[in-house]
Design a protein around this ligand. Structure first.
Ligand code: ZN
Ligand code: ZN
Length: 343
């Protein structure tokens, strides 16, 4: 099979590999689509190099069709359409046995750090217990968008977005826009999204987000004040990785607000903890997508969550090294690039 492998920092190649054979409890899945993620770009550039055991196959946002199952597999069979989890847990440690498998001490992350080989490939080998069957009306594109959808959902859940809330989402990547839409589905009264690219803000608005703010030329705190009539934001979802926006969030929140953080900053950020204490503000982590894959799939199947407008480009497996190398320079008009992995 063809696979796109990373052999070291900035060393990415299309290679031929033997087709893996599914062992006990495993399925071999023919990959249909795989999304390219900002995390993949960061890994290519060595951002997490101490945590990556080269060579690896990247790709953690994927969907496909079960091609073969190993012994002991009962809940999926050949021909089932599936998406995969973002980590492979041991299934036996304290975290796993208390239903908290994303914090499994020996877990492998799919296509990223401490790596289980991912889906930049024609086939992926996967434990069947980490596969999610796609409902009939959820296509492969939506299936490959399940991971950002589920991560965005945990960001909304962690921020405890409730009926009537004023919500701010920082960041117009796939997770930011998905979180803004999920905040609306959770009953938020007003959702404001911030970003620096007009075309991304325009798409967010077309997909149903109420208010957009371009932080490259507009005053975020002033806009929040006007939009929320001085009442502040009850929930903030930080999906931009901007230290300035994270700091300014303390200014725009109402008392007892929640700020969930789904982005990476890749540096230490100084935060005004005193203000957080005085205003009773909670800061909550989003370490993946704990338990959110099935609810996200149900919402997709119900027709109430359609993230496919986020797909702004497509490519083939053989194009992936070029596409990834140029991801940031070509960033003007791109949100999610989907790889068609079937050759
Ligand atoms: Zn991702
Ligand atoms: Zn475990």
């Amino acid at each position: 099979m063809k696979a796109v492998r990373l052999f070291g920092k900035n060393d990415i190649r299309v290679v031929d590999m033997d087709l893996p054979a599914p062992g006990y409890g495993q399925a071999l899945v023919k990959v249909e689509c795989c999304g390219i993620c900002g995390t993949d770009y960061a890994i290519l550039n060595g951002a997490f190099s101490g945590m990556v055991d080269y060579p690896i196959t990247m790709g953690h946002e994927w969907s496909g069709e079960v091609a073969e199952t190993g012994p002991g597999v009962t809940h999926v069979q050949k021909g089932d359409r599936v998406a995969g989890d973002t980590c492979v847990s041991c299934g036996n440690c304290y975290a796993c046995l208390t239903g908290n498998y994303i914090n499994c001490k020996t877990k492998k992350n799919v296509g990223t750090t401490m790596t289980w080989d991912g889906a930049y490939a024609e086939y992926i080998l996967f434990p069947a217990r980490h596969l999610f069957k796609l409902p009939d009306n959820v296509d492969f594109d939506s299936g490959a968008l399940l991971e950002p959808a589920a991560t965005a959902m945990l960001a909304v859940v962690q921020a405890r977005v409730g009926l009537g809330d004023n919500v701010v989402v920082h960041g117009t990547g796939p997770i930011g826009i998905s979180a803004a839409l999920l905040a609306k589905l959770s009953g938020a009264a007003k959702v404001m999204i911030t970003g620096r690219k007009d075309f991304k803000l325009k798409l967010a608005k077309e997909m149903g987000v109420d208010y957009t703010v371009n932080t490259a030329r507009q005053d975020m705190a002033g806009m929040a004040h006007d939009i929320f009539k001085g009442e502040g934001a009850d929930a903030v979802i930080e999906a931009s990785g901007s230290e300035m926006l994270m700091k300014d969030s303390f200014e725009i929140v109402a008392n007892s607000a929640r700020i969930s953080v789904v982005s990476f900053f890749e540096k230490n950020v100084n935060l005004d903890i005193d203000t957080a204490v005085f205003k009773d503000v909670s800061i909550l982590p989003v370490p993946g997508n704990r338990g959110m894959n099935m609810p996200a799939l149900r919402l997709m199947a119900s027709g109430r969550l359609n993230l496919k407008p986020l797909i702004t480009g497509r490519c083939r497996l053989s194009d992936v090294p070029d596409v990834l190398n140029n991801l940031k320079t070509d960033n003007e008009k791109k949100i999610k690039i989907m790889i068609d992995c079937a050759i």
